[in-house]
Design a protein. Sequence first.
Length: 162
Amino acid sequence: MYVVSRRNGLLDQLIQDYKYHSIRALARPLAELLDQVLPKNLPKDSVIVPLPTATHHVRSRGFDHTYLLAKQLGKIRKFKVEKILVRNKNTVQVGADKKARLTQAKEAYSLNPKIKIKKDATYILLDDVWTTGASITAAKKILQNAGAKNIKIALLAYSSLS
């Protein structure tokens, strides 16, 4: 797992501004931070897989913050970005306890039927914040069940519910 930092201070403010104040211009500098923590020797054919954002968040923000971040990181690394996962349910994780998050995450995503998983490819599962790990864990399991063998996780920040 590759993480920029704990969610606090300046990084927390940048994430808040990016997500909740719709400052799209922050996608590039946030992607540059991710680029710094990812190993330089990742295969050139690696695929960045953004976690799908709830539809109502995309509508309210005017953009899909995780997908835009993935596109910027893809430009920096010259990696392909694919929407391999689709959102089944638009449940909101913010404010939910750990048990609710785990239940929601198991039902939240599925495999995009238009995309074929390449067993030998390296997939970089991308999300902004790890709170309980429920979303990333559920998404990783879907990729593994589809045959992906090499899955990396890239995150801007981690926090906790405690």
